[in-house]
Design a protein around this ligand. Structure first.
Ligand SMILES: Cc1cc2nc3c(=O)[nH]c(=O)nc-3n(C[C@H](O)[C@H](O)[C@H](O)COP(=O)(O)OP(=O)(O)OC[C@H]3O[C@@H](n4cnc5c(N)ncnc54)[C@H](O)[C@@H]3O)c2cc1C
Length: 386
């Protein structure tokens, strides 16, 4: 039984990682089918996550977290990504997307208000950027007007992951449209506050058990003390979190792809056609070699950038490269895994089809492939090799 209390972290991180690998195999994997059928994470799994320490890996020690760095957290997330996609999503929301802005830009008061409940795994902080009726970034339509010490928020957000487990949401909105990207502000909005209306979105292709919320803000009052960062700093706050998070989406692609490779290797030794296991066929070996090589390349690229995150460097171009290569890699690996498994890979019993569906979510989390290409190209065209 994995319990974070048994480890002195980060000193015993490698041992914790090995134990986490066993935890995924022995305790998470057997529940994958139940998650698919019930479209929810079983409550007993939540208890195990708390005990295992998965809700507080990167959260600050002063609030009861473990305080792991990006370089320490990355390999653990890769292990988690071997499990059901929703488990990986939840762990990452707690440890980065939900907590990152609060840790970097939040006031002491805001941290004291929200972090303890996150550490206990009771609630998280959802991240609301995407809009149903506008593009992402400076195209957003959600806006807020100030009246004294209160802002009034109006607009729509959707595809907000983990909205059901969030006590509050981070909302990006224009406070002064005339200032362009310097007129965008990030707010902490209590989900139960007046003028905040949440609805559940239809089920997705994969990631069963993850809830995506749509929000309508109807002149919702938000106290001026609920800004994350300064007024006008919102896009910077959001991009800071997205830049670093994209590296972890890349590592999530690596974990999922490695799981597909592990399963494919096992299958090639088991499946015999024309008197030989598939593992002894050159065509199959070619696919295995491609999968292993692409996974190794994606992991190396991601870990090199993770080290730069810990050094406090700006990694916008590099993070998008990690995410772009990762999502393309996991797409190709998922195709090869399905091809290697043949017809039974298409059936639910092998789990290949589930990983295949879940891998597609990684294309969109933290921005589409096109957006990554735009970020990379803009930087390369302006600064060349660097
Ligand atoms: C599993 C999952 C979890 C998510 N979680 C969250 C979350 O927690 N919070 C959140 O805010 N969002 C979340 N999203 C939304 C996700 O970030 C967006 O779907 C993604 O950024 C793409 O934005 P969009 O859906 O608005 O696509 P669109 O903007 O409609 O784009 C559609 C396509 O057109 C391309 N495109 C758009 N504009 C341009 C342009 N100007 N030039 C060229 N091409 C363009 C895009 O690259 C894309 O390929 C989640 C999505 C998924 C699938």
């Amino acid at each position: 039984m994995l319990s974070i209390q048994d480890y002195r972290l980060p000193e015993q991180l490698d041992e914790y990682r090995q134990a986490l690998r066993r935890f995924v195999k022995e305790e998470c994997d057997p529940l994958a089918q139940e998650i698919e059928e019930t479209n929810a994470l079983p409550p007993r799994l939540w208890d195990r996550f708390r005990e295992a320490g998965l809700f507080r890996l990167t959260l600050p020690r002063q609030y009861g977290g473990i305080g792991l760095t990006a370089g320490q957290y990355g390999p653990l997330l890769e292990e988690i990504a071997h499990s059901h996609g929703t488990i990986r999503l939840f762990v990452h929301i707690w440890n980065w997307i939900g907590s990152g802005a609060l840790m970097r830009y939040g006031t002491d008061e805001q941290r004291r208000a929200y972090l303890p409940a996150m550490v206990r795994g009771e609630s998280t902080f959802a991240f609301a950027l995407t809009e149903p009726d506008a593009g992402t970034g400076t195209d957003i339509r959600t806006s807020a007007r100030r009246d004294g010490d209160v802002y009034y928020l109006t607009g729509n957000k959707h595809l907000v992951s983990c909205a059901d487990h969030a006590r509050a949401i981070q909302v990006i909105a224009y406070t002064d449209r005339a200032k362009g990207e310097n007129g965008i502000t990030m707010f902490v909005v209590e989900k139960s506050g007046p003028g905040v209306v949440m609805s559940a979105q239809p089920d997705g292709m994969g990631m069963r058990g993850s809830f995506h919320g749509a929000f309508r803000f109807e002149d919702a009052p938000v106290p001026a003390g609920n800004l994350l960062g300064e007024e006008g700093q919102g896009l910077q706050v959001a991009l800071d979190i997205l830049d670093t998070s994209r590296v972890f989406i890349g590592l999530s692609c690596v974990g999922l792809a490695q799981e597909l490779l592990d399963r494919s290797v096992a299958h090639t030794w088991k499946r015999v056609t024309f008197g030989k296991p598939l593992a002894q066929r050159q065509a199959i070996q070619g696919m295995i070699a491609n999968m292993a090589t692409e996974i190794a390349a994606a992991r190396a690229l991601a870990m090199a950038v993770v080290a730069r995150v810990d050094a406090g460097e700006q990694v916008r171009r590099e993070a998008s490269q990690v995410k772009l290569f990762g999502l393309q890699m996991v797409g190709r690996v998922a195709d090869w895994a399905l091809e290697i498994h043949g017809g039974i890979g298409y059936l639910k019993e092998t789990a290949i089809e589930r990983y295949y569906r879940d891998s597609r979510a990684l294309w969109f989390e933290e921005g589409s492939p096109t957006i990554q290409r735009q970020v990379i190209a803009r930087d390369v065209l302006a600064h060349g090799r660097q």
